[in-house]
Design a protein around this ligand. Structure first.
Ligand SMILES: [Zn+2]
Ligand SMILES: [Zn+2]
Length: 187
């Protein structure tokens, strides 16, 4: 994502100052490690910036219509992303910023640039990633692909599922310890 630079000017000069920021990002693809989404309408954000003394807090919401691929049937999956933006930009590196030994996590803040700007793009990216589900489905009850013939079971009933189920039931009965009783005739 391209940087979205916001200057910390008079509106945010003092602790307690707040200003809101509404914007649109013209970006048509968002790629994650394992998958990518197309964004036909880009992204819209509505963020409130607050000077909290030590830094600038950015909170708000990111909205986008993300079109990806269903993990089950490989059809198109459309997600309405409404992600919570929450980022903290510190004016100065904190004194206790040194990591404890064994601690591997990076800091959970970003610094305000020396030219008094912040870059919102990282916060928007993080919000988007957090909001996208681990498993992407075209719909919650997506029936997936037939394991036998590969048909999309949302559109066609090839009959294989019912056939498999019958087969499974027969196998279960046959392996039951009472299976032999089925042929037993009681006079
Ligand atoms: Zn699906
Ligand atoms: Zn089938």
């Amino acid at each position: 994502m391209d940087p979205i630079l916001v200057s910390i000017d008079d509106r945010l000069a003092n602790a307690g100052d707040t200003t809101s920021l509404v914007g649109h990002v013209n970006q048509d693809v968002f790629a994650l490690t394992e998958r990518s989404f197309s964004l036909p309408d880009g992204m819209d954000y509505d963020v409130v910036l607050t000077n909290v003394g030590e830094g600038i807090l950015a909170t708000g919401i990111l909205r986008a219509r993300a079109v990806g691929t269903c993990d089950r049937c490989l059809d198109e999956a459309v997600l309405d992303v409404a992600a919570e933006v929450d980022e903290y930009y510190l004016f100065h590196e904190p004194d206790e910023g040194v990591l404890e030994e064994g601690e591997e996590e990076g800091p959970d803040y970003v610094l305000v640039s020396p030219d008094l700007t912040i870059d919102l793009s990282g916060a928007l990216e993080a919000a988007f990633v957090m909001d996208v589900p681990f498993v992407v489905l075209c719909r919650e009850d997506c029936a997936g692909l037939c394991p036998v013939c590969g048909e999309n079971l949302n559109h066609v009933d090839c009959g294989h599922a019912a056939q498999l189920e019958r087969q499974e039931q027969e196998d279960r009965l046959a392996s039951s310890p009472f299976a032999s009783l089925r042929n037993l005739k009681l006079d």
